[in-house]
Design a protein around this ligand. Structure first.
Ligand SMILES: [Zn+2]
Length: 137
């Protein structure tokens, strides 16, 4: 498969690996938003949250938990953003599921997690909540 992250996992493309286990691979983003920007990916190819199995997803999240602690210990950031994008409309660029760990420092100027707070239409919010709850059944 012509997937850049699968090629990183199997070593066809070099990477700065920071962690690996039987299900997960983690490496430094080569276009870091800040120092310590790490990507965590499943070894078994899955495009998005909709294609990955629960076991592999939990393995990715478990590794993310470990790595967030290591990033904190190593770099002492003021905060950490976790980002996980699914689909072009959500700005996913590489179609192999990945979690970003982005260390944050007060005043670093990143706008990655900023949005304008606008009060919602509560009737619409309630209707959408019903749709989601019905979809869980
Ligand atoms: Zn892949």
């Amino acid at each position: 498969m012509d997937c850049i992250f699968c090629k990183i996992i199997n070593g066809e493309i070099p990477s700065e690996k920071v962690y690996e286990d039987d299900k997960v691979f983690a490496f430094m983003d080569i276009n870091p938003l800040n120092d310590g920007h790490v990507l965590i990916i499943p070894k078994s190819h899955a495009g998005t949250i909709h294609e990955i199995g629960e076991d592999d997803f939990l393995a990715v999240m478990s590794a993310t938990h470990k790595l967030a602690a290591a990033v904190r210990k190593a770099l002492n950031p003021d905060g950490i953003n976790l980002l996980q994008l699914n689909g072009k409309a959500a700005n996913q660029v590489v179609p192999h599921l990945h979690v970003h760990i982005v260390p944050r420092w007060s005043g670093d100027g990143l706008t990655v997690s900023q949005w304008e707070i606008v009060a919602g239409n509560m009737e619409k919010v309630k209707n959408v909540a019903e749709q989601i709850k019905n979809s869980l059944k």
